[in-house]
Design a protein around this ligand. Structure first.
Ligand SMILES: Nc1ncnc2c1ncn2[C@@H]1O[C@H](COP(=O)(O)OP(=O)(O)OP(=O)(O)O)[C@@H](O)[C@H]1O
Ligand SMILES: [Mg+2]
Length: 421
């Protein structure tokens, strides 16, 4: 193996002779990440071994290595080093005092741990949740849709790919020191994303018998270049093999960056969302149901249907309240969307300050924090009627009573109303 180091002298002195003794070639011994980053493309090592400190490992070294398809293994000398590697989304780590055979074992694990071939018989569904600027409730919908699908007995992963204001982790009371979706993207970029890796990266939101995986978002918006289009495609493909439903919370902005930047090779901030929308089986377009929110929604919806076929889009109007829209708000909203947007079918979710406040305060889903709240009932009905396959209906032996038993556990709520022509 061709190995490059970015290590403090003491570590390098211990490891270099061992590496040579085991038949490897050392192509660079650098004392800073900066120095190594400038040489990676030329030297093309198979692996770089770095100390997990700001001096020896940086975001730019990682992105140069990712770009060149070079694996990075970080040595951890303590808690602070572990936190630093995690904050960079680097999961390939080992204790700094590991012996060379242990280190080789770790290298072999991640060099040869290629993704399994795609099983054609399992293709999970991908649902992207999108909405215009103005916080219409994309994250709220994504979280609670994931929760309701999981409660119906399906395996679910919830991914935060909003490159402007990712907020799933804080909303569910989770740590976002290590952005899960970005970590998955890094592995996908080097063809190393597997189901065990997804389970290592994902955090589990548990709820009674059910629960779902969460791939948290980038805490710092400056990390958006990590979510490039090709990596997002690779991650989505693996998620399809991993779980029945992948729910993606996307950013609002659909502007094609080519129109903003003339540099064709510059990374694109909106690539993650646009790619997710184009690869999703279904797109939930959510707007805020007040005059300003609806105007914004209608303007942005034009861009949405240029990005994805309108047949895959389901429109949801959130935060519906009579005081903002007038009497019989569901009908008013349906009429406005039909007239000005040519949208025939819309689902309305009521404004539910109390329910949402409780959920946010507790860092839980509506099903856990406010199970009887109107917004929860509406989202549950929406999931059952528009996202999940129709329930199996069993006519029991007591057919003479005309009793039809629904096999799925959810009781139909009263909040959601889908209006269509
Ligand atoms: N049906 C509702 N009733 C009342 N409040 C709601 C409802 N849906 C969402 N909210 C509240 O609106 C705020 C914005 O919601 P959310 O974070 O889901 O929006 P977003 O579209 O993801 O925004 P951002 O642009 O920040 O990503 C939150 O405080 C949330 O609790
Ligand atoms: Mg959000």
């Amino acid at each position: 193996m061709r190995i490059a180091f970015s290590l403090p002298l003491l570590l390098e002195d211990r490891l270099a002779p061992e590496a040579l003794r085991h038949g490897h070639e050392i192509v660079a011994r650098c004392s800073t990440a900066h120095e190594l980053a400038s040489r990676v493309e030329l030297l093309k090592p198979d692996v770089v071994i770095v100390a997990s400190t700001e001096r020896h490992l940086t975001e730019s070294l990682m992105s140069v290595c990712d770009g060149a398809g070079v694996r990075v293994l970080a040595l951890l000398a303590g808690e602070a080093d572990a936190r630093y590697a995690t904050s960079l989304g680097l999961l390939e780590t080992i204790a700094a005092d590991a012996s060379w055979p242990q280190l080789e074992e770790a290298l072999a694990r991640f060099v040869y741990n290629q993704p399994e071939p795609v099983a054609p018989d399992h293709r999970g569904t991908v649902v992207a949740v999108w909405g215009p600027a103005g916080a219409p409730g994309r994250t709220t919908l994504a979280i609670n849709i994931a929760a309701e699908i999981a409660a119906a007995g399906y395996s679910v992963a919830l991914g935060d790919i909003d490159t402007y204001s990712g907020s799933i982790a804080p909303a569910l009371g989770m740590l976002d020191e290590s952005p899960g979706f970005a970590a998955a993207c890094r592995l996908a970029g080097s063809d190393m994303l597997t189901q065990p890796e997804l389970e290592r990266i994902g955090q589990r939101y548990s709820s009674g018998q059910s629960g779902f995986w969460v791939l948290t978002g980038i805490g710092r918006p400056s990390r958006w270049p990590e979510l490039s289009a090709s990596r997002v495609v690779g991650t989505i493909a693996q998620c399809r093999q991993w779980v029945d439903y992948t729910i993606l919370d996307t950013g609002f902005n659909l502007e094609n960056d080519e129109e903003i930047s003339s540099d064709l090779f510059a990374p694109r901030r909106n690539a993650a969302s646009i790619t997710a929308l184009q690869h999703a089986d279904r797109v939930i377009a959510v707007g805020a149901a007040d005059p300003v929110g609806m105007a914004r929604f209608l303007r942005a919806h034009v861009d949405l249907v240029e990005t994805v076929a309108s047949g895959r889009v389901m429109v949801v109007m959130n935060k519906v309240r009579a005081s903002a829209v007038g009497l019989n708000p569901a009908a008013q909203i349906a009429q406005t969307l039909r007239r000005f947007g040519g949208i025939d079918t819309v689902t309305v979710i009521p404004a539910d300050q109390a329910g949402l406040d409780t959920a946010v305060l507790l860092g839980k889903t509506l099903a856990d924090a406010a199970p009887k709240s109107p917004a929860r009932a509406a989202i549950r009905d929406f999931v059952a009627s528009r996202i999940l396959p129709p329930p199996v209906v069993l006519r029991r032996a007591r057919r003479r009573h005309g009793l039809i038993v629904r096999l799925w556990s959810a009781l139909p709520g009263t909040g959601a109303r889908t209006t269509s022509r």
